[in-house]
Ligand binder design. Structure first.
Ligand code: S3P
Length: 167
């Protein structure tokens, strides 16, 4: 009985890998942002615009409390979730945490392609986005590095998790 928890900055590929893993492992896949959108009946952008970031962080915390008894699931968290309200401690008790680590350059490229649904990234200017990503990543990596495992861009991620679970 296990849970796999994918954490990391916006654009690092948590949801894409999460879906693949859940399929291979026959686990349930949960994306915290999508679940919060369903509960609130609003998009993440609308939640940020109408209620602000502190309100959203509280929703993330409440959502973790709601799923705390679940098992055999792959959870892809929102990029900021592990960095607020001691959530990383909760996640480390809840399952095997994996940080998907990418460089600010790589993250910037990916974020620029999918900026629309990311309220924290307001600029379209690549240089500005890069500087923001670098700054936020610097602030957040203390939390991300508390994950049990760190996977970088080039590693065979599905294989890694399968081997981890068969140990
Ligand atoms: C956020 C990341 C987003 C979403 C929200 C805030 C963040 O999730 O939760 O826009 O603070 O990094 P993704 O990492 O899935 O983009």
């Amino acid at each position: 009985m296990q849970n796999i928890i994918l954490i990391g900055f916006m654009g690092c590929g948590k949801s894409t890998l999460g879906k693949k893993l859940a399929f291979k492992l026959d686990f349930e896949f949960i994306d915290s942002d999508q679940e919060i959108e369903k509960i609130e009946g609003k998009t993440i952008t609308e939640i940020f615009e109408q209620h602000g970031e502190a309100y959203f962080r509280n929703l993330e915390k409440q959502y973790l409390e709601k799923i705390q008894h679940k098992q055999n699931m792959v959870l892809a968290t929102g990029g900021g979730l592990p960095c607020f309200n001691k959530n990383i401690e909760f996640l480390n008790h809840f399952g095997i945490t994996i940080y998907l680590k990418l460089s600010p350059t790589e993250l910037t490229k990916r974020i620029l392609h999918s900026k629309a649904q990311r309220p924290l990234i307001k600029s379209n200017n690549e240089e500005e986005v890069y500087l923001l990503v670098k700054k936020m990543l610097f602030e957040r990596e203390t939390f991300y590095h508390e994950a049990k495992h760190i996977l970088n861009g080039k590693q065979q991620k599905v294989k890694f998790v399968q081997e981890l679970l068969s140990e």
